[in-house]
Ligand binder design. Sequence first.
Ligand SMILES: [Zn+2]
Length: 476
Amino acid sequence: MKKFFRFLGLALLVLIAIVLIKTFSLGSRQVPAGSIESVSVSDDVFQNLADAVTYKTISFSEDTPPDSTAFFGFHRFLERTFPRIHNQLELEKINDYSLLYTWQGSDSSLKPMILMSHMDVVPVDEPTLSDWEAGPFEGAITQTDIIGRGTMDDKGTLMAVMEAIEKMLEENFSPKRTIYLAFGHDEEVGGPRGAKQIAARLKSKGVQAAITIDEGGFLAEGLVPGIDRPVAMINLSEKGFASFRLIVETNGGHSSAPPEENTIGILAQAIVDLEDNQRPYKLVNPVDYQLEYMGPELPFMQRVAFANPWLFKKPILKALNSHTTTAPTIIEGGVKNNVIPTVAEATINFRILPGETIESVKEHIIATVSDKVRVESVGFLTNPSPVSSVESENFKILEQTIRDIYPNSIVVPGLVGGGTDARYFYDISDDVYRFYPIRLDPTSLTRFHGIDEKISKENYLEIVTFSYHMIKRFNQ
Ligand SMILES: [Zn+2]
């Protein structure tokens, strides 16, 4: 017995030693910050963004056609506001509403660069209108902020990129590589007619870009427990998206003589079965990068966990939501309180982790629910995107630019749970990154697609400045 305890004690010591060695060998991945020249930007940019907000370029649903007055009005507004761009860049309209600008580079041996954003916005919930500081489409400017739908998502980025380029043209800058500006008009409904067609158009021209930059990464503040500094999330990949309808059909009947298995009961059981049998948490690429980059910056106890995912995998992966999520979103069935329905249906939405597919999720559902339930895919579906590199020259330039402009920040590559238009560009671009320096904190996070969407003047200038430097750095 004594021997056994001695062995146990020794094993524990070895374990602690391994855990500590792993922790201390987890060195910071942050590149040293260099310097960068400051950019002077005119105060007109605030009014320009406020004006952009007044065009109600709303995406209501996949089947609702765009409001042509709003979109064409917005196009004309861009022409008026950015005369140099419209003089010197080539502009193609894709499917009438989406815009593709080409800024010809001087060195045709260099692969192009694609800068993306989208001009459509989500609708505003009517009952919440009174909770806004100013009308969502009014274009109000306060001492500190520009208020309105689209300021964060995604007209803020679109306008900032345009401001940066207009300024560069004014300074007679000409890029070495060709730069495409790809502005979709239906991102909020999956981008099938906008970004997807822009990517197809570029592909038909034989374009293979070096790098694509889109929305979907942020300067996160106070969102990572244990890190006080802004975290610059460069998202390398996005989860897939799929919804499945569970359909139960029976003979129904009178509620006074219910059958042993009721339509609604079978459906309810299927939902419970899916919730009880969630897809497993997995340490996949690029979540492993997230651990590597974030881990060293954490306080000691958290660092121990991040340095030893082999031992503390579950809680970390849970915190990072690193699995295919299961969310019942719609349920329907029944018409009268004394009638057992013949049909009951539920829709379950899944956000698919890289490594899994729409097909594997469907197989999981069929294997989990009773065979009395029919399973059909519904609506927009997309597999997880590929994962872009953190080793490439492209990533290094982007990373260095961010560190130089925000020396206090920590760059962390990762995976975004929501969807972006960027998913269509992997086919025509070596690397696809999601990052613009929109500052997100626990308060502003809720404004995204929500009430009182706004951006601070200071932050907006940061996005203009970032776009300016990023374009320069990729064209030196
Ligand atoms: Zn967006």
